[in-house]
Design a protein around this ligand. Sequence first.
Ligand SMILES: [Zn+2]
Length: 110
Amino acid sequence: MLMVFVRHIFSCLEGEGTAKNRGLRAKNLSPEKLRLWRHCACPKYYTGTHNGQWFGRTSLEVTTWDAAERTLSAIIEALDGKPKAGAVALEDALEHAARSNVPRRWIECW
Ligand SMILES: [Zn+2]
């Protein structure tokens, strides 16, 4: 399984605060929890196996967890050779429905 993880920058590990409580984040979270910490803007990476193939640490070139998961999903779909799901914009779907004689009351429900 491929998974997203974070490589924290030094200032993130230090956390905010006074000299007295600096370094709290790194001290209070286990290494594994730090690796999966979603609440910062540090660079996101992925690693793991997919269909028996090992993928070493690779940058996703994003800094949010949501973007990282979306990018990784696209990578997995590309590896699987599947077309991207959900690529149709709502406006396009509504326009297509209007042209296809879908009853207006159904479209209004969407
Ligand atoms: Zn961080």
